[in-house]
Design a protein. Structure first.
Length: 206
């Protein structure tokens, strides 16, 4: 994560989050963020249209990475398997745990930011559905797989933020198994076929 910590965008994001936490989102200005980062307001606006978007930086990069992973998936892979492979690349671009925990707290305390978060998630979902459709999957199957995949990704992400030593790939597998258990409550726990149904590597061993 050292590369992220040292770049201009990262400095602005860190400064903004510190100020949002210290004095509140509404009371923080772009000028204050730029000053805290030891940058100019012009530098700020090169990266973000407004202070709200500081909390959502990197979303485009994450979306591009996921879409690229879907496009590079082997022919014949099922849609959820494509999504799981894409989600496994997330640690390469997502922010450090501490940053994400503080960001979540700021968003939770500000309803307009929570609304923006939902819009961003919806936009990501639409991009994934479209990517799956371009790979030849039925749009309805692509939609259902994306809804399930995003639930898995969100659940794994929450657990990853809470545990400094957790492995993201393992949490994806565990979260997928949790979803399968909800969908098939009468299935034998840890059955040999549970993992492959969700397209997760490493789950075949139960």
């Amino acid at each position: 994560m050292a590369r992220w910590e040292g770049n201009t965008r990262g400095r602005l994001e860190r400064a903004a989050l510190d100020l949002f936490t210290e004095q509140g989102y509404d009371r923080t200005t772009v000028a204050q963020i730029a000053k805290r980062a030891n940058l100019t307001e012009r530098s700020f606006y090169r990266w973000f249209p407004d202070k709200r978007e500081v909390l959502f930086g990197g979303g485009e990069e994450l979306q591009e990475r996921f879409v690229a992973a879907i496009e590079a998936a082997p022919a014949g892979a099922d849609p959820l398997a494509m999504l799981m492979a894409a989600f496994a690349t997330a640690p390469e671009v997502i922010r450090p745990r501490e940053f994400l925990r503080e960001r979540s707290a700021v968003i939770a305390a500000n309803p307009p930011l929570h609304e923006r978060e939902l819009i961003k998630v919806a936009s990501l979902s639409e991009a994934l559905v479209a990517a799956l459709a371009r790979r030849g999957h039925d749009p309805r199957a692509a939609r259902l797989a994306t809804d399930a995949g995003m639930a898995i990704f969100r659940h794994a992400g929450q657990r990853w933020m809470a545990d400094e030593h957790a492995d993201h790939a393992r949490l994806l597998s565990d979260s997928a198994a949790d979803l399968l258990a909800v969908l098939t409550p009468n299935a034998v726990p840890g059955g040999a076929n549970a993992g492959p149904h969700l397209g997760l590597p490493g789950t075949e061993q139960g």
